[in-house]
Design a protein around this ligand. Sequence first.
Ligand code: ZN
Length: 195
Amino acid sequence: MPRPCAESRCGRPALSGADRCAVHHPDAAAHVLGLLAPVDGRIVLADLDLAGVALADLDLSGCQLMGCRLTASTLQRVKLSGASIQLCFVDRATVLDCDFSGATILNTVFAGSRLEGCKLSECEVIQVNFLGIRGVRSVFDHSNLYGSRFVGSWLEKVSMRDCNLKRAYFDMAHRQIVDFRSSNPDEASFLELAP
Ligand SMILES: [Zn+2]
């Protein structure tokens, strides 16, 4: 279980390896960069509390992220291509111009996040929760989106060409210029609530 921040009345979880949260840590960025250091040439992060961190211009390609909490974090121009991301919480986050191409993303939560200018091409995106995301100018081409849920999301200028959409849910999603060419939207769900 995450430990609470040592700052009185804060209530946020402390960053892993620290006694304070991302807001109250005197140098959260440096602390987190220390946690991201590769071990034997590979970055493996398991069960870390990284809520509220801000990461920019980082190359984390090929990393393994397992059970990590990045709630309300900001990721900008972070390269996660070929990464393996499982059971992570990236909810209410701001994810800008990040490259996940070729990544495997399983059972992870992006609910309530903003994904803009992101590349998720040639990914395995299995049973991922994108509920209520704001997805803008993002590309999921040639990806397997099996069982992923975009319920209640806002999708604008999103490309999902040649994707597997079997058991994908777009119920009550606002779609503006969403390209499903060469995909199988007939196997996805697009329920709208009756007015
Ligand atoms: Zn705090």
